[in-house]
Write a protein that binds this ligand. Structure first.
Ligand SMILES: *[C@@H]1O[C@H](CO)[C@@H](O)[C@H](O)[C@H]1NC(C)=O
Ligand SMILES: *[C@@H]1O[C@H](CO)[C@@H](O)[C@H](O)[C@H]1NC(C)=O
Ligand SMILES: *[C@@H]1O[C@H](CO)[C@@H](O)[C@H](O)[C@H]1NC(C)=O
Length: 403
């Protein structure tokens, strides 16, 4: 870490981008003392001063929705049969031939009932999607907010299939239950459209995504690389997409069963790495820990050690806490007692362990901090503001507003 810029913030992953080929990773979480620090910080409960530049909300940050019109012919449709969509902002200046794709998150649906419910939301149908979204954080076009990517071509990809762009129509029901499982087809149609509007000419490209979109990023990373020009520099960035195959507080593998259901319902195995599927149970191949072993394209991981979503759904899912013993702690770490803290620290250790081989890889990098948050690249407050997490010899803990 000898030549880390003192102002290295989350966007400092760009250092890694520039030092092409050189491993440049940082594990910023440093154990129990860090937690104590978080607790102290949280207990002050002060509203954080927000960077005025980061919060400036001008209408020119709004980017319109484009529906994937050619999708109908290919059957690349959302859960409800509507057209999938994306938001595109053209790059300029030195960023004209650089592309940043960002796949939005939104969990998964693992049962007929939960997929049917999703059909009447923006996560299952473009009928409910906002016609304009704000591009902030890594998607911002303001150099002050996003010095490294501001002038790149930027695409926010909307998520409407419920299986991280990995569902297959062979698994649809023929009995009147109207649910389309077209995630893989959406991914392919979308990439074709983006290639047609200029991605084919990219000199550098970064596929990124948050949460379920971070998982989609990992699933499709090598395919993305293969579809781009050979001489382009192509990398992938998964933000809060490193879901762990860990037990919940009752000792049940809730997340594992959940992924098994998603795979079975939507036929996700066909989109997973063949090498992995032939060696082990498909559910394992949906966990990033396995995906990153086989991925050839350089990957950068951004993940909090105490991922808010993972604590809510993997460590302490609702069903694991009927008595409400974790009710307060899982929402706010300062209410956790020592035995609860020990479990959360154990979860952090599992993350570090799951990443130990990845750290030996020559290409790729990671930024793991001790935030109690979920997705840090697309929000101005966590991406590049005076309160963003940063590395400066030691860690500066950041607690943001949704925590
Ligand atoms: C269709 O088949 C699925 C899977 O066997 C079943 O769960 C569902 O209830 C069926 N739907 C109808 C409308 O019969
Ligand atoms: C979409 O369809 C239009 C009209 O048929 C065609 O000109 C265009 O090339 C297609 N785009 C892609 C990405 O296939
Ligand atoms: C979780 O574990 C408990 C205790 O071992 C068991 O009683 C319960 O049935 C399990 N729940 C699920 C959903 O597997």
């Amino acid at each position: 870490m000898a030549n880390v810029n003192p102002n290295l913030r989350l966007r400092g992953l760009l250092l890694w981008w520039r030092k092409w080929g050189k491993m440049d990773w940082a594990i910023a979480a440093t154990g129990f003392s860090t937690i104590v620090f978080i607790l102290t910080y949280l207990s002050r409960r002060l509203p954080l001063p927000l960077d005025p530049a980061a919060t400036a909300l001008t209408t020119d940050n709004l980017v319109g929705l484009t529906l994937l019109h050619n999708a109908t012919d290919r059957g690349a449709l959302c859960l409800d049969g509507s057209l999938p969509g994306y938001h595109f902002r053209k790059g300029f200046g030195s960023g004209s031939n650089s592309w940043l794709l960002h796949i939005e998150g939104g969990g998964w649906c693992n049962t007929i009932a939960s997929c049917l419910e999703r059909k009447s939301t923006a996560l299952g149908s473009s009928k409910y999607m906002d016609h304009q979204v704000r591009f902030s954080g890594i998607l911002s076009h303001q150099s002050s907010q996003n010095p490294d990517f501001f002038n790149w071509n930027k695409v926010k990809i909307r998520y409407c299939d419920g299986a991280s762009f990995a569902g297959h129509p062979q698994h649809e029901f023929k009995n009147g239950t109207k649910l389309l499982f077209r995630g893989q087809l959406i991914w392919e149609a979308l990439l074709d459209e983006l290639l047609a509007i200029g991605l084919f000419n990219a000199k550098q490209a970064l596929l990124s995504g948050c949460s379920a979109g971070g998982l989609a990023t990992l699933i499709h990373c090598d395919d993305f690389r293969e579809r781009l020009p050979k001489d382009a520099t192509v990398k992938c960035l998964a933000d809060a997409g490193f879901f762990l195959d860990e037990k919940d507080v009752l000792g049940n593998y809730t997340m594992r069963s959940f992924y098994q259901d998603v795979i079975q319902l939507q036929g996700v195995a066909k989109s997973l790495q063949k090498n992995c599927i032939t060696r082990m149970d498909p559910y394992k191949c949906l966990f990033p820990q396995e995906i990153i072993k086989e991925t050839r394209t350089p990957i950068f991981l951004v993940n909090p050690a105490y991922d808010f979503w993972q604590i809510q759904h993997i460590v302490v899912p609702d069903a694991s806490d009927p008595q409400g013993y974790w009710k307060r702690c899982r929402m706010n770490l300062r209410y956790c007692n020592p035995s609860q803290m020990e479990i959360l620290l154990g979860f952090r250790s599992s993350l570090i362990k799951a990443l130990s081989d990845f750290q030996q890889k020559k290409e790729g990098g990671l930024f793991i901090n001790s935030c109690f948050s979920h997705c840090q690249t697309w929000m101005a407050e966590t991406w590049h503001s005076s309160t963003s997490p940063r590395i400066n010899g030691k860690v500066r803990i950041f607690y943001h507003l949704i925590c």
